[in-house]
Design a protein around this ligand. Sequence first.
Ligand SMILES: Nc1ncnc2c1ncn2[C@@H]1O[C@H](COP(=O)(O)OP(=O)(O)OP(=O)(O)O)[C@@H](O)[C@H]1O
Ligand SMILES: [Mg+2]
Length: 458
Amino acid sequence: MKKILIVDDEKNVRDSIGLILSNTYEPLYAASGEEAIKIYQDEKPYLVLLDIIMPNTDGLQVLERLKEIDRSAVVIMVTAVTVLSTAIEAMRKGAYDYIQKPFNADELKVKVNKAVTAKDMVNEIKFLRSEISRKYDFENIVGNSKAIQDIFAKIKQIADSKTTVLITGESGTGKELIAKSIYYHSSRNNKPFIAINCAAIPDTLIESELFGHEKGAFTDASARRAGQFELANEGTLFLDEIGDLSLATQAKILRVLQEREFLRVGGVKTIKVDVRLIAATNKDLEKATREGRFREDLFYRINVIPIYLPPLRERKDDIPLLIDYFINKKSIDGRKRKFSQEAMDIMLNYHWPGNIRELENVIERVITLTPDNIIKIVDLPQNITNETKAGLMKDDILSGRLSLEEAISSFEKEIILTALEKTNYVQTQAANLLGISRRILKYKMDNLNILTEREKKE
Ligand SMILES: Nc1ncnc2c1ncn2[C@@H]1O[C@H](COP(=O)(O)OP(=O)(O)OP(=O)(O)O)[C@@H](O)[C@H]1O
Ligand SMILES: [Mg+2]
């Protein structure tokens, strides 16, 4: 049974309230404010019924103390008609409701049940929220590499502060995922998270998108509109691809970061905001700064906490884990699929220019197209198998299946053939492409049994 603390200096009032509620709740009693606070701390009751007029500490002071101890304390004030204004004051101080003496049993029960239901709901929301943040408790970020583990530690460290974070890394390395994770770990996770892809919005519109506009500010502005900075108030704004912003827009963002306020387009009233900014880019901002394409002052403003996501090829240890993770995630038919050792080798050696996004897409495609549960080299996309021919031959050589000479010849032959195909068998051009003289090319072609265009026809 849920405990309800009944605070009143008159014993008969305490007893009669207790009697009314004792069917559904467990009543606890306090005869003074001091006693009430002590019992509240010891017993953590679900709800408090608090008399306003008592000797020594009065009800309002007790209410304030209770709210200090526990912000989510639910308190119903009990008051005589004559001090209704005090009851209203109590509501302002965070009381949930009030009930006037004399009251009848049903009225009391209704009010108490309503307050209990409200608290149930608040608890439920708290629970769901913690579930959500648990979901983002790195469960969806796969990685055992030191780089990723360091990032986890950093996220925990910085999530609760308001400092600006700059996430950098090649395309598909997980910048957005990390941004969301910072948000879900922060105390702002019950406030908005708004993501804007700066590269996707034309420069003419971005200012109004970010800061909003007043009616009639420009031709299409038929109504007043709030911008994303305003909508993200008290929350987190994720500016993706920040390196793509024009210098003019950069200046405006710098201003918001410095002043914490801005004007809507066409507006005259400054709007104050409390926004945590997370920025991301796949560009080298330091270089852009040196070349004058990115404001140096803005760079220093946003680069307070830098997080660099290394490309996948530099954290190969994570590849098998990610493959497992995506196989599980994408297999909706419950079949257990696995990569053959050879196919896994290729996946490890490929250079993954599209990083984790590319890996995710490859797994999805391979799963859909491979009928077998073992995924073999032939099942992999060609651009991946092509690239790692040399890598594969290396293994064959080291295990004695292929001599070094044969491997080099076959590799050389393939490259020369590709160059010849590319240049329509014009040998001077092919030689140029390969960075060798025409004479050496011809010599190699003879050795490798590569026929010229004319020889092929004969
Ligand atoms: N460590 C990881 N574990 C699991 N999934 C990941 C990981 N990193 C990235 N992903 C997934 O890879 C995809 C690409 O990630 P994300 O969109 O965050 O990359 P990005 O760096 O923002 O890319 P871009 O620069 O192209 O915008 C997403 O589907 C994301 O969920
Ligand atoms: Mg992104």
